[in-house]
Design a protein around this ligand. Structure first.
Ligand SMILES: [Zn+2]
Length: 445
């Protein structure tokens, strides 16, 4: 008797699981993440967290939930390979004012914001994102898949050295670790042994790639934009540690000299690259490396650089102008040499700033067709993310594709983004359906 009821219970449970996990989206026009056309009037079958069929005719599983796509466009979930989920405030506020729990809650909100814009995957390029990733993966909070890098690895006076001017290095002062380091924001290190240690500390926490500061930036406190940071030996040390975990190093770099040094040390991804030259682009091509530029800077209003102002103050503009001019030159070269280009926006600073990430779609149409830009933000980014090798946490399915065996990360838009990229940008009007890992986060169909 007991046995029978157990079998019955088991049958009931598996029936329940099936009816929960099988979803058929019919009557949609599918863009698969690579092709240059839509596949009209097809159905997509999802079981648990994977796409198991895309076809004109699919036998409807008995207990499938059926969703009518009403002739709208279904595409892979978008990805952004340069975000900082925990950077929702200025660094000074984070280090001096914000309780770490408050920072964490804001980071969780930022993760949700990215997901609701259509980004189902992000690569976090610095900052404490491990806890947010875990909470998202466990289903505690809504958010995209996260590839975390952990703490920025910076040299003394490098782009990730956010100490105040008067703060002595712990090395000289013997004081305990700075709170900003202890909270997982940055490692300020010099010399091969320290680089090795910082790199391994990040991997120990679960970094899927390493982020190293290889030169100055606009927002640098101490390292000027032309500065080259870390020696070849130091860069090679980080690359070796990453390679031993079957993953790679991405660097923050604007200038050509630092980019060349990084590429020759084995770095696989240049983030920013706004001041690179033809020699760098050729080297990127030769090495099969990647460039992740932020082209929306060239179209952003002055208030983006100088909040509350309608023109950029001259002193700041002296820094910004060459970067914006350089961006256009770098992109012209990148297009000419057909190098690998990732879609990463570095949109951070305040909750709500995530929306800026969408303006990157419009800005890139200066160089690419909407289809090419969408490819960068889906299947091409997936290729870049796959450089994490055996450190890749998401290996059940493919990312950035609508195909049998891909993750059920998908979006449905009213309109055709291959014809008009504004369909993606004006998400409030056009984005009708968001699914990540087989779970529905928005449904306005
Ligand atoms: Zn960044």
């Amino acid at each position: 008797m007991k046995k029978v009821s157990l079998i019955f219970l088991f049958a009931l449970l598996s029936f329940h699981a099936m009816s929960q996990n099988s979803i058929l989206i019919k009557n949609v026009n599918v863009w698969d993440g690579t092709s240059d056309k839509l596949n009209y009037n097809v159905s997509v079958l999802i079981e648990k967290n994977l796409i198991i069929d895309v076809a004109k005719q699919i036998d409807v599983p008995k207990d499938a939930t059926i969703i009518d796509g009403m002739g709208k466009t279904l595409i892979p979930g978008l990805s952004d390979v340069h975000v900082h989920l925990a950077l929702t405030m200025g660094m000074n506020e984070i280090r001096n004012e914000a309780d770490w729990m408050y920072t964490a809650v804001k980071a969780a909100k930022s993760a949700e914001n990215f997901l609701m814009l259509g980004f189902t995957t992000v690569r976090d390029l610095g900052g404490p994102a491990f806890g947010i990733k875990r909470a998202v993966d466990e289903g505690l909070i809504p958010g995209p898949r996260i590839y975390p890098s952990g703490a920025f690895i910076s040299q003394t006076s490098g782009h990730g050295d956010s100490r105040n001017r008067n703060e002595l290095s712990t090395y000289w002062s013997g004081t305990p670790m700075h709170p900003i380091d202890a909270l997982g924001w940055e490692f300020v290190v010099d010399g091969v042994p320290e680089v090795l240690k910082a790199s391994r500390e990040n991997l120990r926490k679960g970094a899927t790639q390493l982020k190293v500061m290889a030169g100055g930036g606009i927002a640098s406190q101490f390292g000027p934009i032309h500065s080259v940071q870390f020696t070849t030996e130091e860069l090679k040390a980080a690359v070796q540690v990453a390679a031993d975990w079957d993953t790679y190093v991405a660097v923050h770099i604007y200038n050509a000299k630092g980019a060349i040094r990084a590429l020759n040390a084995g770095v696989k991804c240049l983030d920013h690259g706004h001041l690179i030259n033809e020699e760098v682009v050729r080297l990127v091509k030769e090495k099969g490396a990647w460039l992740v530029p932020q082209t929306f800077w060239t179209t952003a209003p002055a208030s983006f650089w100088a909040p509350g102002m309608d023109s950029i103050p001259p002193k700041l503009n002296k820094k910004i102008k060459p970067v914006l001019e350089g961006t256009i030159k770098a992109m012209d070269l990148a297009k000419k040499y057909k190098i690998n280009i990732g879609f990463g926006t570095d949109a951070y600073g305040s909750l709500g700033f995530e929306e800026l990430a969408l303006s990157e779609f419009t800005a890139r149409t200066r160089w690419f067709t909407p289809q090419e830009v969408l490819k960068q933000a889906t299947s091409e980014n997936a290729r870049l993310l796959s450089l994490s090798g055996q450190s890749n946490p998401y290996t059940e399915g493919k990312l950035g594709l609508i195909k049998k065996g891909a993750y059920a990360d998908l979006l449905i838009y009213d309109g055709n983004p291959l014809k008009d990229i504004e369909v993606i940008v004006n998400y409030k009007k056009h984005l009708k359906f968001i699914m990540k890992d087989g779970k529905i986060y928005k449904n306005e169909l």
